[in-house]
Ligand binder design. Sequence first.
Ligand SMILES: CC(C)(COP(=O)(O)OP(=O)(O)OC[C@H]1O[C@@H](n2cnc3c(N)ncnc32)[C@H](O)[C@@H]1OP(=O)(O)O)[C@@H](O)C(=O)NCCC(=O)NCCS
Length: 172
Amino acid sequence: MLKENFEIRPIQPDDKDGLKRGLAMLSSESKRQRFFSSRKDFTEKELAFFTEVDQHNHIAFVALSKKEDGPQPAGSVRCVRDLLHGRPDFAELAITIVDCFQGMGLGKALLDALAEKAVKEGIHYLYGDFHASNIKVQKLLEGYCVRHHLPAGSFHLQRQADGFLYFEMALA
Ligand SMILES: CC(C)(COP(=O)(O)OP(=O)(O)OC[C@H]1O[C@@H](n2cnc3c(N)ncnc32)[C@H](O)[C@@H]1OP(=O)(O)O)[C@@H](O)C(=O)NCCC(=O)NCCS
């Protein structure tokens, strides 16, 4: 079903327009959960950062819905290696599924694709922040650990003072 209706592939420089269209399709709630703001557009610099990636220190995939009138942006996932803090086996995760495609297993499929590639590139932990009200992403991350039979403690949450949760998660 997912494979029939969606294509998942590494992001490319010519996905800039797709990312802009995807942002325009996102609800304000999803924008807040992903960007912690009511983001309206990306700058050219951000689009270059998001799409011109080396797939080693910055790994990113997109999901496209296979429509008769041409592919539609459905979601993206990325992780950026934590070179800043000298943790080359850690990478910060960001994931977004366009609202009309949420709850269909696309988040799981994108996370699995990213995790497989990340491990091949020497990344063994993902980390990031999400708001404590974001149950969907928490379930998505916990579900990854269950699906891949990771030992207890592979997914670690730390409550922040500002209502956010910081997570670290081992990869299979
Ligand atoms: C979080 C997000 C990526 C999940 O993507 P998705 O495609 O909807 O998730 P999936 O359909 O693959 O489901 C993954 C798991 O999430 C949970 N989930 C999905 N939709 C849910 C909902 N409406 N309520 C509660 N849990 C939900 C389920 O546990 C599901 O696993 P299961 O079906 O095996 O139980 C998506 O909701 C999203 O893009 N949200 C806005 C941006 C965001 O919050 N990004 C994360 C911060 S960077």
